[in-house]
Structure formats: structure tokens, C-alpha cells
Ligand binder design. Structure first.
Ligand SMILES: NC(=O)c1ccc[n+]([C@@H]2O[C@H](COP(=O)([O-])OP(=O)(O)OC[C@H]3O[C@@H](n4cnc5c(N)ncnc54)[C@H](OP(=O)(O)O)[C@@H]3O)[C@@H](O)[C@H]2O)c1
Length: 321
């Protein structure tokens, strides 16, 4: 037990404090949303999964800039709590809650129908909602749940809102992927829950690869319309994203994360950058890292032929027969 006393030594405490400060400073990205003066008065934005984590801070930032913000959430209680908080913190009363379950194509269609009826314009769409670590489940549409929530639902939503965005141009679509897309592979049987292994974040990684691939192909299809589409990695962020993981994993994540990972507010930065920064005007089809740098995604996400195939298959699966 003598060695334990080392940790109580003042040198150890000072060293830990200095390390924590250095890590904290390193964590701060090069672009600061608070220093960005872009105003969004007269603009309308939708943020999916805006009731917690990264999505809530993206919505807060857009609300602070004066946008009309629609929080697209699946839980009325959690969505209402976020709505109140964002209105109170920003003084912007033009914030609204609309319910959608992205894992259900009917729910996505219903949500989009409401938006197309109620909104005259849509300038920013942030596809933020996502899940990781879900056990194997098949939705009533016949899709694997993580694929339905992270890829097919947001894919359909984006496509249903495209005409409104085109008529509102310039407009921006931002889709939250993850650096983990580099560990994903493309196998279209995954969409139906076939040939998948459920180990840690393996299924999640595949879904996040589809996000980057289809966003790139969408950008190509949108060329000349004034609507841009980019995907982002928010960083490793302390949110509820591990809620479906074993308790021990969550404890370790939170302990390590306290020093090394981003807060939800910091994790929102690269998405806000893509959604509002002047530097991103006209930039499309790119993948932005958590430091707001445009970097190359995985080789599979740069395969143009694969992108066309992925987009067409996703389109066919989400279209009404
Ligand atoms: N945290 C990270 O380290 C990290 C790293 C890379 C990428 N990302 C990406 O960042 C995005 C945001 O994640 P986060 O970390 O903020 O996670 P989070 O705290 O778990 O928030 C996820 C949000 O998505 C919503 N959501 C989940 N399933 C949904 C569904 N079927 N329909 C509608 N909304 C649904 C959740 O709603 P409920 O609260 O009602 O469940 C919640 O609002 C995700 O796309 C994630 O993949 C996160």
C-alpha cells in the first residue's frame, strides 16, 4: 500500500492539474462559434435529436443567432424540456417542437408532410439524431434498427425536404457522421439486419459510413441548386450516446472523458461551423473533422460508383411502393 501514497504526493497533484489544463486547452477547436457573428434572422432550421447532447447545443446556437428553429425529437417530454430551456437561454420564442421517430418511415413522412405544410422555407437541416450500441431489432418497415435510425430515416427525411430547401437556397444540409465510419464496411444486406455482428460499436460504424457516402452523392446531385451537403465528425463527446452500452463501459468512458473528451457544447462546434460559417459558403460534398478542418474521409466514402449505388438502393428502400 506504500505505492498508493505516491498519488497523494503534492507533485502528483500538481502534475495532474497541469495535465488537465493542457488537455483542456488542446480540446478547444480553432473555430469558436461565439466569435462568429453570422445572424440567422429570417432563416429556418431543423435539428433532429435536439433534446439532448450535441443536437441541443446546435439548436441553442442557431436560436441565439435568431433563427426559427424546429426541434425534431421523438419524445414529447424530453423535447418540451429542451424547447423551454432553449427559449429561456436565448430569449428566442420562435423555437418549435415537432415529433418524429427516425426509425419509422411513416413517422418521417408524417413529420415531413407537417413541415411542408407549415413552413415557407428551410435554410438549414442538421441530421444529428443517432444511436449506437442498440441490440438487434427489426423495424416494422423491415430494416435493422440502427440502420433505420442513423441512415435510412435521415436519408428519407432529407429527400422529402429537398424541394423546400432548393426553393429557399442558399441552404445547407449537415449530417453528423463519425470518425468511426473508417471502421465501417458497405454490405447492403446489413439494411435488413443480415450478416451483422453486434460487438460494441460495429453496427454503428457501418451506418456512419453510409452517412458520409450518401451525403457526398447528395452533394453531387445538388450541384448548381444552391443547396450544400456536408458530413461532420463532432469529436468524442460526453453525451448520452453510450446509453445502450454496459454500465462498466459507460463508467470508464465518463472517467476518461472528463479529461480527454469534448463536452456536448464543444462537440456541437464542427456542425455549427458547417451550418453557419461564412468559410463554408458554397462548400459541398466534404467531410469535416472535429477541428472544423475539411479532411479526406475513408477510401470507401470516396468511391463515386459505390456512392451512386448506395444512394439508389437507399432511395428504392425508402420510397413508397
Ligand atoms: N458523442 C460522441 O462521441 C459522437 C461521436 C461521433 C458522432 N456522434 C454523432 O453525433 C450525433 C449526436 O449524438 P450524441 O452524442 O449527442 O447522442 P445522444 O446524446 O444520445 O443524443 C442522440 C439524440 O438522437 C435522438 N434519437 C435517437 N434515436 C432517435 C429516433 N429513432 N428518432 C428520433 N430521434 C432519435 C435522441 O432522442 P432521445 O433523447 O429521445 O433518445 C437524442 O436526442 C449522432 O448522430 C452520433 O452518431 C457522436
Amino acid at each position: 500500500m506504500v505505492w498508493v501514497s505516491i498519488f497523494w504526493h503534492p507533485v502528483w497533484a500538481v502534475f495532474t492539474a497541469v495535465l488537465a489544463v493542457v488537455v483542456r486547452i488542446q480540446r478547444r477547436g480553432p473555430w469558436d462559434p461565439h466569435a462568429c457573428s453570422v445572424r440567422l434572422k429570417g432563416k429556418t432550421a431543423i435539428v433532429t435529436g435536439a433534446n439532448t447532447g450535441i443536437g441541443k447545443f446546435i439548436a441553442l446556437d442557431l436560436a441565439r443567432r435568431g433563427a426559427r428553429v424546429i426541434l425534431a425529437c421523438r419524445s414529447e417530454d424530453r423535447g418540451t424540456a429542451a424547447l423551454k430551456e432553449i427559449r429561456e437561454k436565448t430569449g428566442n420564442s420562435d423555437i418549435h417542437l415537432r415529433l418524429v421517430d427516425l426509425s419509422s418511415l411513416d413517422s418521417v413522412r408524417e413529420f415531413a408532410k407537417g413541415i411542408l405544410t407549415e413552413e415557407k422555407a428551410l435554410h438549414i437541416l442538421v441530421n444529428n439524431a443517432g444511436v449506437s450500441g442498440l441490440p438487434r431489432q427489426i423495424t416494422k418497415d423491415g430494416f435493422e434498427s440502427s440502420f433505420a435510425t442513423n441512415h435510412l430515416g435521415p436519408f428519407l427525411l432529407t429527400n422529402l425536404l429537398l424541394d423546400l430547401m432548393k426553393s429557399s437556397a442558399p441552404a445547407r444540409i449537415v449530417t453528423l457522421s463519425s470518425v468511426n465510419h473508417k471502421k465501417g464496411v458497405v454490405d447492403f444486406s446489413h439494411f435488413h439486419g443480415e450478416n451483422l455482428t453486434y460487438h460494441m460499436d460495429s453496427v454503428y460504424n457501418h451506418t456512419k459510413l453510409h452517412n458520409v457516402i450518401c451525403t457526398k452523392e447528395l452533394a453531387r446531385r445538388l450541384e448548381g441548386t444552391g443547396v450544400t451537403a456536408n458530413s461532420v465528425h463532432p469529436g468524442i463527446v460526453m453525451t448520452e450516446v453510450l446509453r445502450h452500452y454496459p454500465l462498466m463501459i459507460r463508467i470508464i468512458f465518463n472517467l476518461v472523458g472528463f479529461f480527454f473528451f469534448k463536452s456536448s457544447e464543444e462537440g456541437a462546434t464542427s456542425s455549427i461551423y458547417c451550418a453557419v460559417a461564412e468559410e463554408m459558403e458554397g462548400i459541398t460534398g466534404k467531410y469535416c473533422d472535429s477541428d472544423c478542418c475539411l479532411v479526406l474521409p475513408a477510401p470507401l466514402a470516396r468511391d463515386a460508383a459505390l456512392a451512386v449505388k448506395d444512394f439508389e438502393i437507399s432511395e428504392r428502400l425508402t420510397s413508397k411502393l
